[in-house]
Write a protein that binds this ligand. Structure first.
Ligand code: GDP
Ligand code: GDP
Length: 435
């Protein structure tokens, strides 16, 4: 199960610089799903063999020059609720400010491990200056320079030692794990209740997990599946819901732990930016996706409604539009069975391993029909294609000059794969390699 590290602190102390440094180390080994822009606020990292997610809470503040104490307070509270470990960043140049004091007083009461990172300690003089931060009453100081990286190793050693979720949760192989995610009030709990016939608060928890995320297994409508982190639906009042990153932070863990995510969208509100944020989080994690347009019962429909709504969704999630969309109602239970079927299908699509012979037969012909454009008079020849043995569908195309193959051609190949095989709802990775 994934561990989540949140970076909190007032603006300009260096949170995003630190975030970039932590995520950087990982970037080289993990290939991003192509076509997805990198998230400035959420990323993966690894240290001493332990993988974790990093969230820069400050990155979600729209206007960081003019941030209100109240907003920072909310962020810190949310980080405490959702993250496993918190890095509190302060700035040695500015010394302790009122805002630092305010954040520290919240963190002192937090029942989560907190690490105080005194940033911009670029030289020895500044180590002396850093001592005043003992005054925040948060214990040890980690003097770092996010810019040069000095001290970040010691900080990470301490951070990963405090992970609580390093054991894999016991789940049976081959049984799909679904996450139900979406903005507050889109109908997640109603949907789960309708689907499982169990009220949320009496959902039984699988033994062996002590807190937070829980996988609950169901057999419904002839299908066997887990719902991941239904505990994540617990209501926390409305205090944080207006925050842009609320849904992201609340969804991260269940998305990471699932195979397929069911993203609920509120039909009465259309596609909103929080919906798109969550969608991108799923794609970045290479999860299967089904979009469920809920509260369809409330819409005055005509012949064009489905088409119009579909177009609106496609516009917001492009270029990855090969995703099942189901129009449903958790209230009337209309199409909830279909929603489950769609998720099962996406799970199966994501599991499939294509035969190399079939793949080559189809793709080499497509490549012959439309070869990569030659560059500087050099011909690019793709010789063969294979699906990699990775947990999510990835393909390698071997070529004489892979470095000259550009994004539009990669997209062409992806479209060809999608046209010839069923990868609906499944993000694909395509690599060009030297042969
Ligand atoms: P955030 O608002 O907390 O995310 O802060 P940023 O990461 O945007 O950094 C604010 C400013 O501090 C930028 O100009 C950074 O270049 C600078 N900065 C960040 N880390 C360091 C550091 O370790 N040393 C120094 N000298 N400057 C830093
Ligand atoms: P959550 O915060 O995403 O778990 O949302 P809830 O399941 O608590 O639903 C929020 C509100 O929307 C509740 O008042 C539900 O009764 C209502 N609701 C949920 N699904 C539907 C639906 O399909 N149709 C209608 N009309 N109302 C719904």
């Amino acid at each position: 199960m994934s561990n989540i590290v949140a970076i909190v602190g007032r603006p300009n102390v260096g949170k995003s610089t630190l975030f970039n440094r932590l995520v950087e180390s990982r970037k080289a080994i993990v290939d991003e799903v192509s076509g997805v822009t990198r998230d400035r606020n959420y990323g993966k990292s690894t240290w001493n063999g332990k993988d974790f997610s990093v969230i820069d809470t400050g990155g979600y503040v729209t206007n960081s020059e003019d941030v209100f104490e109240e907003e920072i307070r909310k962020q810190v509270h949310l980080a405490i609720e959702e993250a496993d470990v918190i890095i509190f960043a302060v700035d040695v140049e500015g010394g302790i400010t009122d805002l630092d004091q305010a954040v520290a007083s919240i963190l002192r009461r937090a029942k989560k491990p907190v690490f105080l990172a005194v940033n911009k300690v670029d030289n020895h003089q500044r180590i002396m200056d850093s001592h005043e931060f003992y005054g925040l009453g948060l214990g040890d100081l980690y003097c770092i320079s996010a810019m040069t990286g000095s001290g970040t190793g010691e900080l990470l050693d301490a951070v990963v030692k405090n992970f609580t979720k390093d054991q894999e949760v016991e789940v049976e192989e081959g049984v799909p794990k679904f996450a139900v995610v979406g903005r507050p009030n889109v109908g997640k709990s109603s949907f789960i209740n309708a689907l499982t016939g169990v009220e949320r608060n009496i959902v039984t928890e699988v033994a062996g997990t002590t807190r937070d995320a829980i996988n609950t297994r169901y057999t419904k409508y002839g299908h066997d599946f887990y719902l991941v982190d239904t505990a994540g639906l617990r209501k926390k009042g409305k205090v944080h819901e207006d925050l842009e990153f609320y849904s992201v932070l609340r969804s991260v863990r269940s998305i990471e732990d699932s195979d397929v995510c069911m993203l609920l969208i509120d039909a009465t509100r259309g596609v909103e930016s929080q919906d798109v944020n969550i969608f991108n989080l799923m794609i970045r994690n290479k999860k299967g996706v089904v979009i469920l347009v809920n509260k369809w019962d409330l819409i005055e429909k005509d012949n064009a409604s489905v088409k119009k709504f579909t177009e609106q969704i496609h516009e917001r999630i492009a270029p990855f539009v090969d995703v099942p969309i189901i129009f449903m109602s958790a209230l009337t239970k209309q199409r909830i069975f279909k929603a489950l079927e769609a998720a099962i299908e996406v799970y199966e699509n994501r599991q499939q391993k294509l035969k190399t012979s079939k793949l080559n037969e189809v793709l080499l012909e497509a490549i012959e029909r439309y070869p990569p454009p030659s560059i500087k008079g050099k011909y690019i020849k793709i010789k063969y294609v294979t699906q990699l043995p990775s947990p999510t569908p990835s393909f390698a195309l071997f070529a004489n000059l892979p470095q000259y193959i550009k994004e539009p051609y990669r997209r062409y190949i992806e479209n060809q794969i999608r046209e010839n095989f069923n990868f609906s709802g499944v993000p694909l990775q395509i690599f060009f390699r030297k042969k």
